[in-house]
Ligand binder design. Sequence first.
Ligand SMILES: [Zn+2]
Ligand SMILES: [Zn+2]
Length: 371
Amino acid sequence: MKLSDVFMKELQECLNENQDRIRTASQLCNNAVSIQKARQKRLGYLVRYDISLREGAPSHEFNRFGDYKYDVSNIQKHIFLKKEFYKNGNCVYKYNEDNTLFMYVENLKAEAVDGSELINCPNCGAPTTLEAIRNGCSYCGTHFEMSEIYPVVTNYFTKFDVSMVEDRKNMNNPIGILKTYGKAYAKFAKLLTSAPSAASMVAQGGLTSKKRFEEIMQQYIPDFSYLHFGDMAIDMLKLLLFSDNPSSLPFVAKDNCMVVAPNLIDFEFIGFGLDNKDVVVNGKYVIANVYIYVKSLYDTQNGVVKVQENFRATMSRDISKPVKMGFSYTKINCPSCGGVFDAYKTKSCPYCSTVFKLQDEEWFVLDISRG
Ligand SMILES: [Zn+2]
Ligand SMILES: [Zn+2]
């Protein structure tokens, strides 16, 4: 079975809580799934997911990026996504749509491997090295060979498949849409008329194309890759929006970061927006206001409500640091003692107490707000 097929199955099992972890996914990806499930639980929801492949719609791979050691590819699978939200035993919201499942799959180039590569144990998540885990994880004792760890899914998101609507030539025909998608879509279409559509957001300078986004950022970070950034930023966004204590996240450089959407239970990523005027340099740091367009589901007194909205994340990075493929704060080497630890669990090194600062390594978040 192909990695993407196994991942799809495991994702469904994990979202439905029949399985603790997604073995084929990175620790970061697992954290994002757990934090969303915890939010849904806190608000009294039980969500049932059904992810199935759409017949006659093959998956395809596109857009690869990487460096001498890592290789990341984007894989798309055409799926039928069913979600049922239950509260107090009643189904209060149903989602039933053609979707595209986007996956970022990271691989290690065999010829560049020396054993010192940092990994998270696929079984328990403990941080360690590729060499050490061959002799057994020091936490759970499981042995893994490199071929059992890589390739790994580092991130995923699902998107409503607009092309299916176009295919069915019902785009401008409300009755056709109704016939195709039923009442749920009619409600959604109504929301879309009050909020800008993806196409009109592009026209208004909202959504930014991959090419333009890269052009702007490469003025500051020459090896900037949109895909690499997207992989990381979408993951950060999931953790930021579903965390009930965002200041505790290792990439948040603010002690009193607000919970920006406490009643958010699900969201669908649409795209990023960035303009030249949104980017400034302050000392060795580049600071960018990135707009993130999403379709959100909220728990309200009147039930589950779907809205299209955008968040503004103020993000920053040390421009003197080269882009680090394969980097994740769930597996870092302490700069002082060399110990390996997971900065998602503890911000200071458990061996020598040195405080870990993501600001010295990678992109971090200064603030997040609506609009
Ligand atoms: Zn383990
Ligand atoms: Zn240390």
